[in-house]
Ligand binder design. Structure first.
Ligand code: BTN
Length: 326
């Protein structure tokens, strides 16, 4: 249920900078003017700035820099995804919070977002740098009706959703997908996807789609060792990005492409993935748990598996690997 504070915020976020009087809010929400005043104080503490317009009331002049539920909700156009958002200033990892929520029965499309993570992690348990308030550190809980062995394909669905959302809010670059889980801009990593699963042998209970997206960092915000390999949307676009609009777009595409995938299979997603891929046709070096495979990435299969043609013409299937594009 939406709290009174959130309802007040929603009114201001959709008022396009027009003033709203305390009395009007009190009447609409059936609470006292003192209660309205207290909630306004709380909103100011959350980082929202209001001014008072004589005889007309309060006007929202600056939004909080936080990626909270209400800011996303004003831009959201989904049937299910993002209808419940848990927003935190700091967590260990949004994946861990999501695991707990799944145990408690969280619905399809539930989202966990943190301004920063103290133990953010990527694939292979690698640490994930989660700069305070600059990126989108987020886990989406999805409950698709698919089999456990299909779970990796959802990483590719997510990658397609991410590049579409990026292209909707940025015009100065074209993001590309490096198989299986990286989004690159001009050859540098801008986002990574970590797909985890809670399943029984023949049934997925839930997928945890973790997305680490570098949005508003500047070069100096990255640790030294990432300077040559990481970038952000803002660096490449040349201006700050509204994270709430971007997240709402991403959730829209994730729901849309996820539903297409469940209903129609991987075919339509494969096509979108290939259009956005920077891996296919390139010479790659794939390090799997068992071996290193070098050759030309010739494509992905109908199930999302990467195929590499080695120097002796043999086609090798790669299910999971670190890929260096050469
Ligand atoms: C990778 O490229 O290896 C995947 C990185 C995934 C990072 C995100 S940030 C939100 C979520 N919480 C985590 O601890 N990890 C994922």
């Amino acid at each position: 249920m939406t709290s009174i504070k959130d309802k007040i915020l929603q009114r201001f976020l959709t008022a396009n900078g027009e003033p709203i009087s305390g009395q009007q809010l009190a009447d609409e929400l059936h609470v006292s003017r003192t209660a309205i005043w207290k909630h306004m104080q709380a909103l100011q503490q959350d980082g929202y700035t209001f001014d008072t317009v004589k005889k007309k009331g309060y006007r929202l002049i600056a939004k909080s820099n936080k990626l909270d539920e209400m800011q996303i909700a004003t831009h959201l156009a989904t049937a299910r995804y993002g209808h419940k958002i848990y927003h935190y200033d700091e967590v260990d990892s949004t994946q861990l919070v999501a695991h707990e929520l799944i145990r408690n029965g969280a619905a399809d499309g539930t989202v966990v977002i943190a301004e920063t993570q103290t133990a953010g992690r990527g694939r292979m348990q690698r640490p994930w740098d989660s700069a305070q308030g600059q990126g989108v550190w987020m886990t989406t809980i999805v409950r698709p009706n698919i089999l456990p062995h299909q779970a990796p394909q959802f990483t590719l669905v997510t990658a397609v959703a991410l590049v579409h959302a990026m292209s909707d809010v940025c015009y100065n670059f074209k993001p590309s997908i490096k198989w299986p889980n990286d989004i690159l801009i001009n050859g540098k990593k801008c986002a990574g996807i970590l797909t985890e699963m809670v399943a029984e042998a023949d049934r997925i209970q839930a997928l945890l789609i973790g997305t680490g997206i570098n949005v508003n960092q500047q070069q100096a915000d990255f640790p030294e060792e990432l300077h040559s390999i990481a970038t952000s949307m803002a660096i490449e676009e040349g201006e700050k990005i509204d994270r709430a609009i971007f997240v709402a777009k991403y959730l829209g595409y994730l729901e849309q492409f996820g539903d297409i995938y469940v209903k129609e299979g991987f075919g339509p997603i494969k096509k979108l993935w290939e259009e956005a891929s920077s891996t296919i046709g390139k010479h790659v070096r794939a390090t799997t748990l068992r071996e290193v495979i070098e050759g030309e990435a010739v494509g992905i299969t109908e199930t999302g598996v990467l195929e590499i043609r080695t120097a002796n013409g043999e086609i090798k299937s790669v299910y999971s690997a670190d890929i260096e594009v050469q």
